[in-house]
Design a protein around this ligand. Structure first.
Ligand code: ZN
Length: 210
């Protein structure tokens, strides 16, 4: 069976299962959405936000790109952020990085990928690496060094988000959204929070995993 045929059949089975389990769900979804969280994650196929958090349709508003970047100069990203914060009024924003991230791995060196858009996108992560060269070079193990840059990349996004006028204004007027930095471990399936911002003007330093 071809892959797309499989997708359509799986979709049919999924929608039938939902109708059996929760007959009114699709009717409820027609009336609108009120997600609790904006999830900013990596496009990596191994990190499916809804599945790993076991959420249902309507619970998460999602933006994914290579290496979960907060791209404040991209209209596509900013329109998702504005809509989530100002219209959907989400209470939480999660920025989720993950172990074994190919985007972050590509940013471990200055070697171009040969893909112009990707290289432009990765430059910001390369800058995070450059700013933390001393710390990263002290880590002997390649995988551990990569995972640390994943954390630093998430922290960089929290810093960027928390300093945006959109976020500052909504926090001072409504005390939301709380911003969470998380890292997903592909090898265990576990998500952990590494940082939380609750209206402090500047994001705190990385905290121990909780
Ligand atoms: Zn990734």
């Amino acid at each position: 069976m071809r892959f797309v045929e499989r997708l359509l059949l799986e979709n049919q089975a999924w929608s039938d299962e939902i109708k059996n389990r929760d007959p009114s769900m699709f009717d409820r979804l027609r009336t609108g959405q009120s997600p609790e969280v904006l999830w900013i994650g990596c496009s990596d196929s191994r990190v499916p936000a809804e599945q790993l958090c076991n959420t249902s349709p309507g619970e998460m508003f999602i933006h994914r790109n290579v290496a979960n970047r907060v791209c404040i100069h991209e209209t596509g990203f900013m329109s998702v952020l504005e809509y989530a914060v100002a219209v959907l009024k989400v209470n939480h924003i999660v920025v989720c990085g993950h172990h074994c991230c190919g985007g972050v791995r590509a940013a471990m060196t200055d070697e171009n990928t040969g893909l112009s858009h990707l290289d432009e996108h990765l430059e910001a992560i390369r800058n995070v690496r450059r700013m933390n060269t001393d710390e990263l070079e002290r880590i002997a193990d390649d995988a551990e060094r990569l995972d640390r840059l994943v954390e630093l990349n998430v922290a960089d996004q929290i810093e960027t988000l928390s300093n945006l006028p959109l976020i500052q204004e909504h926090w001072s007027r409504h005390q939301r959204p709380t911003i969470h930095g998380m890292v997903y471990a592909l090898e265990t399936g576990r998500l952990r929070e590494i940082q939380r911002w609750e209206g402090n003007r500047h994001a705190p330093a990385l905290a121990a995993a909780v």
